[in-house]
Design a protein around this ligand. Structure first.
Ligand SMILES: [Zn+2]
Ligand SMILES: [Zn+2]
Length: 84
């Protein structure tokens, strides 16, 4: 949920719920927020949660780094999960 302020009267918008929209027959989910004061509605596309990148812990220096790094940024040891 976000904190959004009404573009018209600057009141904080209330989260109303999710709505299914079908523009052009295409299924779209939207999060609906409405202004309690003037009734202005805002639609937002739900944002996918950020993808968590798996971490590797370096056996040599115990530094934790992203699994898609070919080498440990701390000591330069090759990433054991990257067999290339
Ligand atoms: Zn408003
Ligand atoms: Zn290391």
């Amino acid at each position: 949920m976000k904190t959004i302020h009404c573009p018209r009267c600057s009141k904080q918008l209330n989260f109303v719920g999710e709505a299914g929209l079908k523009p052009g027959g295409q299924d779209l989910k939207a999060e609906v927020y409405a202004c309690p004061k003037c009734g202005k509605m805002e639609f937002f596309a739900p944002v996918e949660p950020e993808v968590k990148i798996e971490k590797v812990t370096c056996a040599a220096c115990q530094k934790s780094y992203d699994i898609d790094f070919p080498r440990c940024p701390g000591c330069g040891s090759p990433n054991p999960k990257m067999a290339k």
